[in-house]
Write a protein of this length. Structure first.
Length: 295
């Protein structure tokens, strides 16, 4: 039986801890006890159900190599308004079968859980999150992207250093990341690392669609981040980490025996321009929406 580690009192959303001046100074906020243990468990349970219900079949062949192919591109590029499953390449054999059980092979689910799955939709549109977005300056927040990240024990994949605005770019820059620790995150199991005040770095790259139907990384600024100055954010289950869209961040491979499940939401402001060459495009039938419930 899993131990409940935080009390009901602590589990109250910590809205009052949000300090916009600290966010503007540091480029990130760490808000412990933002999500209750029960809600963390409910999201983990739902993600496991989704994995259990998913039949990977031919999809697995896309991950049997790290080489980018046209079908891999299509599966990824079409995922902006769908629920799709992405697997750890090292868990998929050359014949397209899994070396380890499905729930230990999946890297993440993306990218429209917040619109298409009732459990994640309810969580993602809570008034407390709307309040966070408003307090941090978004005037017309759009819930653009969601990801459930598994970071499985014994090899859950590294995420190399990046800025979220590389992938979700607006003019002006309005990208805001909300990262929920659904389990304790430590150095051993692959917690986030950030560069304090790194939001003052220029945007280094943009990941864009090409006219040929693929993707490319367009270099904007060659000066590297001060990677050595990055600090680990070891946080307890239930913590919300808020990231400025220019904040360099990364996470290491999970070398421990404990998973590090997390859910992330990325918001942009509807008043900003969203370029047509951003990789993530929503179909007109399922446009990105704000926090208001559907009529
Ligand atoms: Fe990120």
């Amino acid at each position: 039986m899993e131990q409940t580690r935080i009390s009901a009192k602590e589990a109250r959303p910590a809205i009052e801890a949000i300090d916009r001046l600290v966010f503007e100074r540091d480029g990130y906020l760490v808000l412990p006890d933002f999500v209750s243990a029960a809600d963390c468990a409910a999201l983990r349970k739902r993600a496991m159900e989704l994995v259990e219900e998913f039949s990977p079949g031919p999809v697995l062949s896309l991950f049997s190599t790290t080489e980018q192919s046209r079908t891999t591109d299509e599966y990824f590029l079409g995922s902006g308004d769908k629920i799709r499953f992405f697997f750890e390449p090292h868990c998929v054999a050359a014949d397209g079968t899994l070396r380890v059980p499905k729930h230990l092979s999946v890297n993440k689910i993306g990218h429209a859980l917040h619109d298409l799955d009732p459990v994640f939709a309810e969580f993602s549109r809570r008034p407390t999150l709307a309040a966070v977005a408003a307090m941090l300056g978004l005037q017309a927040p759009l819930l653009l992207q969601s990801m459930y990240i598994f970071k499985a024990p014994g090899g859950g994949g590294e995420v190399v250093s990046h800025q979220d605005a590389t992938f979700l770019y607006t003019e002006p820059l309005t990208t805001l990341g909300l990262w929920f620790a659904l389990e304790d995150a430590t150095i051993e199991n692959g917690c986030l690392w950030v560069l304090p005040s790194g939001q003052h770095c220029k945007l280094k790259q943009r990941f864009v669609r090409t006219p040929e139907g693929g993707t490319t990384m367009r270099m904007l600024d060659e000066e590297p981040y001060a990677e050595a100055a990055m600090v680990p954010l070891q946080v307890r289950q239930g913590t919300l980490v808020v990231l400025h869209g220019l904040m360099p961040h990364r996470s290491s491979e999970n070398r421990s025996r404990r998973s590090r499940h997390a859910y992330s939401l990325h918001l942009v402001d509807a008043h900003a321009h969203y370029p047509a060459d951003n990789w993530l495009q929503r179909s007109p039938s399922l446009p990105a929406r704000g926090f208001a419930p559907l009529p």
